[in-house]
Design a protein around this ligand. Structure first.
Ligand code: ZN
Length: 495
């Protein structure tokens, strides 16, 4: 395949010169000036009027919640955790595939070609269902790391003191809140790692102790051992909310990151999702171990978790990547929006504009930074040797008229409507703004039917969630009002 006539985003110069791209066997062979030599047999692709950028790499999402977009208003992370397990526990095998596939199609149509999906774990998915979840990405034509959630402690036991506030009439309903025995979870994860049938450069596995407070130390060290044995990534929600940060001091006598460090979890394969309440020492530990942070500024604002200090992460040497988080707190799966949020969130941290994230820094995080976090060494760039995962933005769009600074416009103007074509591994998955194998009308019928069924199945759980909302809400607001040695809220407490 020889792609001619289009512009190519160049982050170094903030320009978009005309360049040809030669692709063979799914990889980029050469990038060069117009008129690049190509074999006579190469298929010619006309990219006139199009800007090409590397497929965006999303470092954090949850495919299991794609049927839940727009379901909550004014929900904190902790209230989300009250309701979420019951919602996903009711997914049939078909719904698991459907939910994942729906998100994959959305991401591809919005320029994202790879993601890390912290998805159903054990309980709530069998090995066969996990394989089907991986198949959903293959069916959609997307690259992914699928990391099943592992936990052996319920949300109510994870937050010290919370269970004492749950009335006895509701305690039974909270007992099995999405956790499995540590032995069962690790055994299933090991089996999955051994038997995974998918090509690992398309859909690989990761290991996700979901939130450290929800996992015993033994479970987390078992996760680290498995990750070493199978050379896969580790992924966890770390210091996402102030409730987690304060609770870690109570549970561990230390920050969550320092505790993970003491257990040997940090390494180049480790990604912190969120990291809003990381202090300098936490960031240094992550940097010293070559670890990543998946910065999800939109979710952090949506759930009121605060504003992460992404500049400080970069300064101290942490690999910065970008995520949206899931559809029940994002709610679309739009990486352009995630980049824009990362930019805006950085700017409102303070007046020194020299510390704000620049557009090229954000694009690097959303491509190369994500590729590193996912453990895919050959995506995230349009350069010889890299996989041909390429997005073609239509410059005949009002977002791009006029073409001033392509890096700024990708972060600040593009809204997800621009991708005209998307290729993954050198093959078109989106062409002329249509997903090549997905009929959106048919998908909509299946999704609506699943939604109706879920509404019936989850009614009892939603009633329990409603009964618990005020109790959990009040308790967690109290925790979040406690002193912590760093501040990540936009306004001082009490204002
Ligand atoms: Zn998350």
């Amino acid at each position: 395949m020889i792609i001619r006539g289009g512009r190519l985003l160049d982050l170094e110069t903030r320009a978009a010169p005309f360049q040809d791209i030669l692709v063979a066997d799914g990889r980029i062979i050469q990038v060069g000036n117009p008129g690049l030599d190509a074999p006579a047999t190469a298929e010619a692709i006309d990219a006139a009027g199009l800007l090409r950028h590397p497929g965006l790499v999303k470092a954090h999402t949850h495919g299991m919640f794609n049927l839940c977009k727009g379901m909550s208003d004014r929900s904190s992370l902790e209230l989300l955790l009250v309701n979420a397990p019951a919602m996903i526990a009711q997914h049939s095998a078909e719904m698991k595939h459907l939910s994942t596939y729906l998100g994959a199609v959305e991401m591809l149509m919005k320029g994202c070609t790879a993601c890390c999906d912290l998805t159903f774990g054990f309980p709530f998915a069998t090995i066969d269902e996990m394989v089907a979840i991986g198949q959903a990405y293959i069916d959609a034509g997307m690259r992914a790391v699928v990391a099943p959630s592992l936990a052996d402690r319920s949300f109510y036991k994870a937050i010290p003191g919370l269970l004492d506030h749950i009335p006895s009439s509701l305690k039974a309903a909270t007992a099995q809140h999405g956790s499995s025995s540590p032995h069962d979870g690790i055994r299933m994860m090991g089996q999955l790692l051994r038997d995974w049938p998918h090509e690992r450069d398309r859909v690989s596995l990761g290991i996700a102790p979901v939130i450290p407070l929800h996992c015993s130390d033994g479970l987390m060290t078992d996760c680290a051992d498995l990750a070493r044995e199978y050379a896969v990534v580790l992924h966890s929600h770390v210091a996402e909310s102030k409730v987690q940060a304060v609770s870690s001091l109570t549970a561990y006598g230390n920050t969550m990151t320092a505790h993970l460090d003491s257990l040997g979890l940090l390494g180049p394969n480790f990604t912190v999702a969120h990291g809003v309440w990381l202090d300098d020492d936490d960031m240094r530990r992550l940097a010293d171990n070559g670890s990543s942070v998946a910065h999800c500024a939109g979710s952090n604002m949506r759930l009121g978790c605060g504003i992460a200090d992404a500049r400080r992460m970069i300064e101290l040497g942490v690999n910065l990547a970008i995520g949206t988080d899931s559809a029940n707190c994002s709610d679309n799966q739009n990486m352009y929006e995630a980049m824009r949020y990362a930019s805006m969130a950085s700017n409102v941290r303070g007046p020194d504009y020299r510390r704000w994230l620049s557009s090229p820094e954000i694009i690097r995080a959303a491509t190369q930074g994500g590729a590193y976090a996912l453990g895919f060494g050959d995506i995230g760039k349009i350069a010889p040797g890299y996989r041909a995962d390429i997005v073609f933005i239509d410059l005949n769009s009002t977002n791009w008229m006029p073409l001033n600074d392509p890096a700024n416009q990708l972060v600040l103007a593009e809204d997800g409507t621009g991708p005209k074509h998307v290729i993954v591994n050198g093959a078109f998955v989106v062409k002329d703004r249509r997903h090549r194998s997905c009929n959106l009308e048919d998908l909509s019928v299946r999704v609506e039917a699943a939604r109706e069924r879920l509404m019936e199945l989850t009614l009892p759980a939603r009633n329990v969630g409603a009964a618990l909302e005020k109790i959990v809400g009040d308790f967690c607001i109290g925790l979040a009002r406690r002193h912590y040695h760093i501040e990540r809220y936009a306004a001082p407490l009490g204002q």
